[in-house]
Unconditional design. Structure first.
Length: 401
Protein backbone atom coordinates (compact mmCIF):
# COMPACT_ATOMS: atom_id res chain seq x y z
CA UNK A 1 0.00 0.00 0.00
CA UNK A 2 1.36 3.44 -0.93
CA UNK A 3 1.60 5.75 2.05
CA UNK A 4 1.59 9.49 1.41
CA UNK A 5 3.70 11.44 3.91
CA UNK A 6 3.38 15.13 4.59
CA UNK A 7 6.64 17.03 4.06
CA UNK A 8 6.67 18.32 7.63
CA UNK A 9 6.46 14.75 9.03
CA UNK A 10 9.78 13.77 7.45
CA UNK A 11 12.57 13.69 9.98
CA UNK A 12 16.34 13.24 9.98
CA UNK A 13 17.99 10.75 12.31
CA UNK A 14 18.47 13.50 14.88
CA UNK A 15 14.72 14.24 14.87
CA UNK A 16 15.00 17.58 13.09
CA UNK A 17 12.88 18.27 9.98
CA UNK A 18 14.51 17.52 6.66
CA UNK A 19 15.34 20.60 4.61
CA UNK A 20 13.81 21.22 1.23
CA UNK A 21 16.13 20.24 -1.62
CA UNK A 22 17.36 23.14 -3.76
CA UNK A 23 16.96 22.39 -7.45
CA UNK A 24 18.18 25.64 -8.90
CA UNK A 25 19.82 26.21 -12.25
CA UNK A 26 22.27 29.02 -12.96
CA UNK A 27 21.15 32.25 -14.59
CA UNK A 28 23.53 34.06 -16.94
CA UNK A 29 23.74 36.01 -20.18
CA UNK A 30 27.29 35.25 -21.27
CA UNK A 31 30.07 32.77 -20.76
CA UNK A 32 33.53 34.04 -19.84
CA UNK A 33 34.79 34.81 -23.36
CA UNK A 34 31.67 36.78 -24.33
CA UNK A 35 31.25 38.74 -21.11
CA UNK A 36 31.68 42.48 -21.80
CA UNK A 37 33.35 42.95 -18.41
CA UNK A 38 36.14 40.58 -19.46
CA UNK A 39 36.72 42.07 -22.91
CA UNK A 40 39.48 44.54 -21.90
CA UNK A 41 41.73 41.77 -20.56
CA UNK A 42 40.54 38.74 -22.58
CA UNK A 43 43.30 36.83 -24.36
CA UNK A 44 43.43 38.06 -27.95
CA UNK A 45 43.33 34.53 -29.37
CA UNK A 46 39.85 34.18 -27.82
CA UNK A 47 38.82 37.37 -29.60
CA UNK A 48 39.70 35.79 -32.95
CA UNK A 49 42.98 37.69 -33.23
CA UNK A 50 45.80 35.16 -32.71
CA UNK A 51 49.38 36.28 -33.22
CA UNK A 52 52.08 34.48 -35.18
CA UNK A 53 54.45 34.86 -32.24
CA UNK A 54 52.20 32.82 -29.95
CA UNK A 55 53.20 29.24 -29.18
CA UNK A 56 50.75 26.68 -30.49
CA UNK A 57 49.11 24.44 -27.87
CA UNK A 58 47.24 21.16 -28.14
CA UNK A 59 45.21 20.28 -25.04
CA UNK A 60 44.20 16.73 -24.08
CA UNK A 61 41.80 15.79 -21.27
CA UNK A 62 40.84 19.46 -21.21
CA UNK A 63 37.89 19.21 -18.83
CA UNK A 64 36.02 22.49 -18.47
CA UNK A 65 39.23 24.38 -19.31
CA UNK A 66 41.08 25.26 -16.10
CA UNK A 67 44.52 24.32 -17.40
CA UNK A 68 43.85 26.01 -20.75
CA UNK A 69 42.54 29.25 -19.22
CA UNK A 70 45.53 29.41 -16.90
CA UNK A 71 47.99 28.87 -19.72
CA UNK A 72 46.38 31.63 -21.77
CA UNK A 73 46.00 34.14 -18.95
CA UNK A 74 43.85 37.21 -19.48
CA UNK A 75 41.61 36.86 -16.40
CA UNK A 76 41.19 38.37 -12.96
CA UNK A 77 40.94 36.58 -9.63
CA UNK A 78 40.45 38.21 -6.22
CA UNK A 79 41.40 41.60 -7.59
CA UNK A 80 44.62 40.43 -9.19
CA UNK A 81 44.97 40.48 -12.96
CA UNK A 82 46.72 37.55 -14.64
CA UNK A 83 48.15 38.91 -17.91
CA UNK A 84 48.02 37.20 -21.26
CA UNK A 85 50.71 34.63 -21.95
CA UNK A 86 52.11 33.94 -25.45
CA UNK A 87 50.07 30.82 -26.18
CA UNK A 88 47.08 29.94 -28.33
CA UNK A 89 45.03 26.74 -28.16
CA UNK A 90 44.88 25.05 -31.57
CA UNK A 91 42.93 21.99 -30.48
CA UNK A 92 41.35 20.77 -27.24
CA UNK A 93 39.49 17.56 -26.44
CA UNK A 94 37.63 15.82 -23.63
CA UNK A 95 35.28 12.84 -23.67
CA UNK A 96 32.76 14.48 -21.30
CA UNK A 97 29.88 16.27 -23.00
CA UNK A 98 29.39 18.50 -19.94
CA UNK A 99 33.07 19.45 -19.90
CA UNK A 100 33.13 20.19 -23.63
CA UNK A 101 29.96 22.30 -23.42
CA UNK A 102 31.32 24.33 -20.49
CA UNK A 103 34.63 24.81 -22.29
CA UNK A 104 32.89 25.97 -25.47
CA UNK A 105 30.71 28.41 -23.53
CA UNK A 106 33.61 29.99 -21.66
CA UNK A 107 36.76 29.56 -23.73
CA UNK A 108 36.12 28.62 -27.35
CA UNK A 109 34.68 26.38 -30.01
CA UNK A 110 38.02 24.67 -30.63
CA UNK A 111 37.02 22.04 -28.04
CA UNK A 112 36.04 18.58 -29.32
CA UNK A 113 34.02 16.03 -27.40
CA UNK A 114 36.06 12.98 -28.34
CA UNK A 115 37.54 9.72 -27.11
CA UNK A 116 41.21 10.44 -27.66
CA UNK A 117 42.05 6.74 -27.84
CA UNK A 118 40.12 6.71 -31.12
CA UNK A 119 41.63 9.88 -32.60
CA UNK A 120 44.74 9.21 -34.72
CA UNK A 121 47.46 11.64 -33.62
CA UNK A 122 48.39 12.12 -37.28
CA UNK A 123 45.01 13.81 -37.78
CA UNK A 124 45.72 16.44 -35.13
CA UNK A 125 47.56 19.73 -35.63
CA UNK A 126 51.22 20.04 -34.67
CA UNK A 127 51.98 22.13 -31.62
CA UNK A 128 54.84 23.70 -29.70
CA UNK A 129 53.29 22.65 -26.39
CA UNK A 130 51.22 19.60 -25.46
CA UNK A 131 49.24 19.83 -22.22
CA UNK A 132 47.02 17.35 -20.44
CA UNK A 133 45.72 16.54 -16.99
CA UNK A 134 45.49 12.85 -17.76
CA UNK A 135 42.80 11.01 -15.71
CA UNK A 136 43.73 10.69 -12.05
CA UNK A 137 41.06 8.32 -10.68
CA UNK A 138 43.28 5.23 -10.82
CA UNK A 139 46.11 7.10 -9.05
CA UNK A 140 44.11 8.94 -6.38
CA UNK A 141 44.26 7.96 -2.71
CA UNK A 142 40.44 7.91 -2.72
CA UNK A 143 40.17 5.85 -5.93
CA UNK A 144 40.70 2.17 -6.81
CA UNK A 145 44.52 2.65 -6.81
CA UNK A 146 44.93 0.39 -9.83
CA UNK A 147 47.57 2.71 -11.29
CA UNK A 148 48.64 2.21 -14.89
CA UNK A 149 46.92 -1.19 -14.87
CA UNK A 150 43.50 0.48 -14.67
CA UNK A 151 41.43 1.37 -17.70
CA UNK A 152 41.90 5.09 -17.13
CA UNK A 153 45.39 4.76 -15.69
CA UNK A 154 46.89 3.96 -19.09
CA UNK A 155 45.36 6.96 -20.85
CA UNK A 156 48.60 8.93 -20.44
CA UNK A 157 49.75 6.93 -23.48
CA UNK A 158 47.49 9.09 -25.64
CA UNK A 159 49.90 11.94 -24.91
CA UNK A 160 52.86 9.67 -25.67
CA UNK A 161 51.44 8.77 -29.10
CA UNK A 162 51.09 12.47 -29.93
CA UNK A 163 54.65 13.16 -28.75
CA UNK A 164 56.02 10.43 -31.01
CA UNK A 165 54.25 11.88 -34.04
CA UNK A 166 54.47 15.66 -33.61
CA UNK A 167 57.45 16.20 -31.27
CA UNK A 168 56.20 19.28 -29.39
CA UNK A 169 58.94 21.30 -27.71
CA UNK A 170 57.32 21.17 -24.27
CA UNK A 171 54.96 18.70 -22.59
CA UNK A 172 52.98 19.55 -19.46
CA UNK A 173 51.22 16.70 -17.68
CA UNK A 174 49.21 17.13 -14.46
CA UNK A 175 48.00 14.64 -11.87
CA UNK A 176 47.40 13.96 -8.17
CA UNK A 177 50.29 13.68 -5.69
CA UNK A 178 49.41 10.09 -4.79
CA UNK A 179 50.75 9.10 -8.20
CA UNK A 180 54.24 9.61 -6.74
CA UNK A 181 53.52 7.34 -3.76
CA UNK A 182 51.41 4.63 -5.34
CA UNK A 183 53.25 1.31 -5.64
CA UNK A 184 56.34 2.94 -4.18
CA UNK A 185 56.59 5.41 -7.04
CA UNK A 186 56.89 2.70 -9.70
CA UNK A 187 53.87 3.91 -11.66
CA UNK A 188 55.17 7.47 -11.85
CA UNK A 189 58.60 6.27 -12.91
CA UNK A 190 57.03 4.08 -15.61
CA UNK A 191 55.07 7.03 -17.00
CA UNK A 192 58.15 9.25 -17.02
CA UNK A 193 60.28 6.60 -18.75
CA UNK A 194 57.59 6.11 -21.38
CA UNK A 195 57.43 9.86 -21.99
CA UNK A 196 61.21 10.13 -22.14
CA UNK A 197 61.39 7.31 -24.68
CA UNK A 198 59.89 9.76 -27.18
CA UNK A 199 63.01 11.93 -26.93
CA UNK A 200 62.40 14.11 -23.88
CA UNK A 201 63.78 14.78 -20.43
CA UNK A 202 61.27 15.21 -17.62
CA UNK A 203 61.20 16.70 -14.16
CA UNK A 204 58.34 16.57 -11.67
CA UNK A 205 57.13 19.67 -9.84
CA UNK A 206 55.11 19.08 -6.67
CA UNK A 207 53.17 22.31 -6.21
CA UNK A 208 51.20 23.10 -3.04
CA UNK A 209 48.61 25.51 -4.39
CA UNK A 210 48.32 27.87 -1.35
CA UNK A 211 52.00 28.75 -1.91
CA UNK A 212 50.87 30.37 -5.17
CA UNK A 213 47.77 32.18 -3.88
CA UNK A 214 45.04 29.54 -4.13
CA UNK A 215 42.72 29.68 -1.07
CA UNK A 216 42.44 25.89 -0.95
CA UNK A 217 44.60 23.03 0.33
CA UNK A 218 45.52 21.29 -2.90
CA UNK A 219 48.77 19.67 -4.05
CA UNK A 220 49.29 18.64 -7.64
CA UNK A 221 52.13 17.11 -9.64
CA UNK A 222 53.19 18.76 -12.87
CA UNK A 223 55.26 16.58 -15.20
CA UNK A 224 57.35 19.00 -17.26
CA UNK A 225 59.06 17.61 -20.35
CA UNK A 226 61.53 19.32 -22.67
CA UNK A 227 62.53 17.83 -26.02
CA UNK A 228 66.11 16.54 -25.92
CA UNK A 229 67.45 18.89 -28.59
CA UNK A 230 66.47 21.97 -26.55
CA UNK A 231 69.05 23.13 -23.98
CA UNK A 232 68.05 24.09 -20.46
CA UNK A 233 64.90 23.65 -18.43
CA UNK A 234 62.03 25.82 -17.09
CA UNK A 235 62.38 27.15 -13.55
CA UNK A 236 59.96 26.04 -10.83
CA UNK A 237 57.50 28.90 -10.21
CA UNK A 238 58.21 31.20 -7.28
CA UNK A 239 56.18 30.46 -4.14
CA UNK A 240 55.09 34.04 -3.50
CA UNK A 241 52.40 33.24 -0.92
CA UNK A 242 54.30 30.67 1.11
CA UNK A 243 54.28 32.79 4.28
CA UNK A 244 51.00 34.62 3.63
CA UNK A 245 48.37 32.26 2.16
CA UNK A 246 44.98 33.55 1.02
CA UNK A 247 42.37 32.29 3.49
CA UNK A 248 38.94 30.96 2.61
CA UNK A 249 37.13 33.85 4.31
CA UNK A 250 39.24 36.37 2.38
CA UNK A 251 38.24 34.64 -0.85
CA UNK A 252 34.53 34.20 -0.12
CA UNK A 253 33.47 36.95 2.31
CA UNK A 254 31.81 39.13 -0.33
CA UNK A 255 29.60 36.20 -1.39
CA UNK A 256 28.09 35.62 2.07
CA UNK A 257 25.05 37.91 1.58
CA UNK A 258 24.43 36.72 -2.01
CA UNK A 259 21.67 34.11 -2.22
CA UNK A 260 20.55 34.52 -5.83
CA UNK A 261 22.07 34.45 -9.30
CA UNK A 262 23.38 38.00 -9.34
CA UNK A 263 26.65 36.12 -9.16
CA UNK A 264 26.24 33.07 -11.44
CA UNK A 265 26.08 29.69 -9.64
CA UNK A 266 25.83 31.26 -6.17
CA UNK A 267 22.31 29.91 -5.56
CA UNK A 268 23.43 26.31 -6.23
CA UNK A 269 24.40 24.11 -3.30
CA UNK A 270 23.46 20.87 -1.57
CA UNK A 271 21.43 21.19 1.61
CA UNK A 272 22.91 18.07 3.27
CA UNK A 273 23.40 18.52 7.00
CA UNK A 274 26.30 17.19 8.99
CA UNK A 275 26.51 13.46 9.57
CA UNK A 276 24.67 12.25 12.67
CA UNK A 277 26.48 8.92 12.85
CA UNK A 278 29.77 7.41 11.83
CA UNK A 279 31.79 10.02 13.67
CA UNK A 280 31.04 12.65 11.04
CA UNK A 281 33.14 10.79 8.48
CA UNK A 282 33.51 13.01 5.46
CA UNK A 283 32.41 16.20 7.24
CA UNK A 284 34.83 19.06 6.59
CA UNK A 285 33.92 22.34 8.24
CA UNK A 286 36.07 25.13 6.87
CA UNK A 287 37.53 27.64 9.33
CA UNK A 288 38.08 31.37 9.29
CA UNK A 289 41.73 32.29 8.89
CA UNK A 290 42.70 29.07 7.12
CA UNK A 291 42.73 27.89 3.52
CA UNK A 292 39.77 25.79 2.44
CA UNK A 293 39.69 22.04 2.18
CA UNK A 294 40.49 20.49 -1.17
CA UNK A 295 37.61 20.79 -3.64
CA UNK A 296 36.71 17.32 -4.87
CA UNK A 297 34.67 15.97 -7.73
CA UNK A 298 32.70 13.72 -5.35
CA UNK A 299 29.87 16.15 -4.83
CA UNK A 300 27.72 13.70 -2.84
CA UNK A 301 30.15 13.28 0.05
CA UNK A 302 29.47 15.15 3.30
CA UNK A 303 32.24 17.64 2.75
CA UNK A 304 32.86 21.36 2.37
CA UNK A 305 30.67 23.14 4.88
CA UNK A 306 30.82 26.93 4.95
CA UNK A 307 33.08 28.49 7.59
CA UNK A 308 30.30 30.81 8.80
CA UNK A 309 26.92 29.96 7.27
CA UNK A 310 24.87 26.81 8.13
CA UNK A 311 25.19 25.21 4.70
CA UNK A 312 27.59 23.61 2.29
CA UNK A 313 29.62 25.67 -0.14
CA UNK A 314 27.87 26.85 -3.29
CA UNK A 315 28.97 26.03 -6.81
CA UNK A 316 30.35 29.56 -7.18
CA UNK A 317 32.23 29.37 -3.88
CA UNK A 318 33.84 26.10 -4.96
CA UNK A 319 34.73 27.70 -8.30
CA UNK A 320 36.30 30.63 -6.43
CA UNK A 321 38.41 28.27 -4.34
CA UNK A 322 39.59 26.74 -7.63
CA UNK A 323 40.46 30.29 -8.88
CA UNK A 324 37.88 30.42 -11.67
CA UNK A 325 36.85 34.04 -12.30
CA UNK A 326 33.22 34.82 -11.47
CA UNK A 327 32.50 35.37 -15.18
CA UNK A 328 33.36 31.71 -15.87
CA UNK A 329 29.90 30.10 -15.83
CA UNK A 330 29.03 26.49 -15.05
CA UNK A 331 25.73 25.90 -16.90
CA UNK A 332 24.40 22.69 -15.38
CA UNK A 333 22.84 21.33 -12.20
CA UNK A 334 24.66 21.50 -8.88
CA UNK A 335 26.00 17.96 -8.99
CA UNK A 336 27.19 18.18 -12.60
CA UNK A 337 28.84 21.55 -12.02
CA UNK A 338 30.66 20.42 -8.90
CA UNK A 339 31.99 17.43 -10.81
CA UNK A 340 33.47 19.77 -13.44
CA UNK A 341 34.99 22.09 -10.85
CA UNK A 342 36.47 19.31 -8.71
CA UNK A 343 38.14 17.68 -11.70
CA UNK A 344 39.62 20.96 -12.98
CA UNK A 345 43.16 22.27 -12.79
CA UNK A 346 43.07 25.63 -10.94
CA UNK A 347 43.68 28.36 -13.57
CA UNK A 348 45.84 30.30 -11.11
CA UNK A 349 48.20 27.36 -10.64
CA UNK A 350 48.27 26.65 -14.38
CA UNK A 351 49.13 30.30 -14.98
CA UNK A 352 52.16 30.08 -12.69
CA UNK A 353 53.40 27.05 -14.63
CA UNK A 354 52.60 28.76 -17.93
CA UNK A 355 54.64 31.84 -17.00
CA UNK A 356 57.69 29.71 -16.31
CA UNK A 357 57.29 27.74 -19.54
CA UNK A 358 56.75 30.92 -21.57
CA UNK A 359 59.95 32.48 -20.22
CA UNK A 360 61.84 29.32 -21.09
CA UNK A 361 60.45 29.16 -24.62
CA UNK A 362 61.20 32.84 -25.20
CA UNK A 363 64.84 32.15 -24.33
CA UNK A 364 65.11 29.08 -26.57
CA UNK A 365 62.70 28.69 -29.48
CA UNK A 366 61.67 32.34 -29.42
CA UNK A 367 65.31 33.47 -29.41
CA UNK A 368 66.24 31.19 -32.29
CA UNK A 369 68.29 28.77 -30.18
CA UNK A 370 66.40 25.90 -31.82
CA UNK A 371 65.98 25.93 -35.59
CA UNK A 372 62.63 24.76 -36.95
CA UNK A 373 60.93 23.40 -33.89
CA UNK A 374 60.81 19.66 -34.65
CA UNK A 375 63.58 19.26 -37.25
CA UNK A 376 66.37 18.04 -35.00
CA UNK A 377 64.09 15.79 -32.96
CA UNK A 378 62.62 14.18 -36.06
CA UNK A 379 66.13 13.50 -37.35
CA UNK A 380 66.99 11.79 -34.06
CA UNK A 381 69.56 14.42 -33.10
CA UNK A 382 70.25 14.91 -29.38
CA UNK A 383 72.11 18.12 -28.61
CA UNK A 384 72.35 17.67 -24.84
CA UNK A 385 72.64 14.55 -22.67
CA UNK A 386 69.45 13.36 -21.06
CA UNK A 387 69.10 14.67 -17.52
CA UNK A 388 69.28 12.17 -14.71
CA UNK A 389 66.08 12.65 -12.76
CA UNK A 390 66.31 12.68 -8.98
CA UNK A 391 63.09 11.90 -7.10
CA UNK A 392 62.11 14.74 -4.78
CA UNK A 393 61.45 13.42 -1.25
CA UNK A 394 58.56 15.86 -0.73
CA UNK A 395 56.57 14.09 -3.43
CA UNK A 396 56.11 11.22 -1.01
CA UNK A 397 55.22 13.42 1.97
CA UNK A 398 52.56 15.83 0.68
CA UNK A 399 48.92 15.21 1.56
CA UNK A 400 46.48 14.38 -1.21
CA UNK A 401 44.47 17.51 -0.45
Amino acid sequence: MLVQLEVDTLRRKDGQPKRQARRTMPSFEHGFKDNPNVAPILHNSLKGAPEASQYRVVSFFSGCGGLDLGLLGGFEFLGRRYPQLPFRIEYAADNSEDAAASYALNIGEHIHCADLTKVPPESLPAADVLIGGFPCQDFSSSGPKTGINGKRGELYKVMLHYMNVHKPAIVIGENVPHLARLNGGVYLETILKDFESAGYHFDVWSLYAPDFGLPQSRTRLFLIGVRNDIPGYPVVPERRFRTSPVTIDTALRDLEPVTDETVPNQSQYFVATKATSGGGQGDHHNEVGKVGYCIRANSRGRIQFHYNLPRRLTVRECARLQSFPDEFVFPFSTQRNLMLIGNAVPPLLANCVGESVARFLNCTIGAGVVDKQAEAATAGVTLIPQRKRVAAPELFLENEG
